[in-house]
Design a protein around this ligand. Structure first.
Ligand code: ZN
Length: 141
């Protein structure tokens, strides 16, 4: 008997591919600009979208730098066995250009080792040194 070896699915997201965040733009012109540090997210919703895309393309450095220092973990916990496929923004509270706080309710669709799953979350964002950062999240039923 041999052990079954499962290899994680690697998704190559090119700059011309549709952005994983779901906005109708190529990755390179959408969240890719934020990941490369060429622009900052103007709203909490766009930061949320760019962080979902960072999980999809496994940009751990971006996740770390958009995480509030008070709640930032040592390790982002990117699981190579998960493939993040679609983000659905359900509602947004504040988080605009003139706010200091914001919250986003979303459903993140992913595939866990072949099985489709959905994560429902209420994420909280704050402005830190002028830029939107992720603060924490409350799980939603
Ligand atoms: Zn995007």
């Amino acid at each position: 008997m041999s052990r079954r070896i499962t290899r994680p699915t690697v998704t190559a997201v090119t700059t011309a591919a549709p952005c994983p965040c779901g906005l109708p733009a190529p990755y390179g012109d959408c969240c890719g600009r934020l990941h490369r540090g060429e622009a900052a997210a103007p709203t909490a919703e766009l930061l949320m979208r760019s962080r979902f895309s960072a999980f999809a393309v496994r940009d751990e450095a971006y996740l770390i730098r958009t995480w509030h220092p008070a709640t930032r973990p040592q390790d982002t916990g990117i699981d190579p066995g998960l493939q993040w496929v679609r983000l659905e923004i359900r509602s947004v509270t504040e988080g605009g250009p003139f706010h200091t706080h914001g919250a986003v309710d979303f459903s993140a669709h992913f595939i866990d080792r072949g099985y489709p799953e959905v994560l429902h979350e209420h994420s909280r964002f704050v402005r830190h040194e002028g830029a939107w950062v992720y603060f924490d999240a409350l799980p939603q039923p």
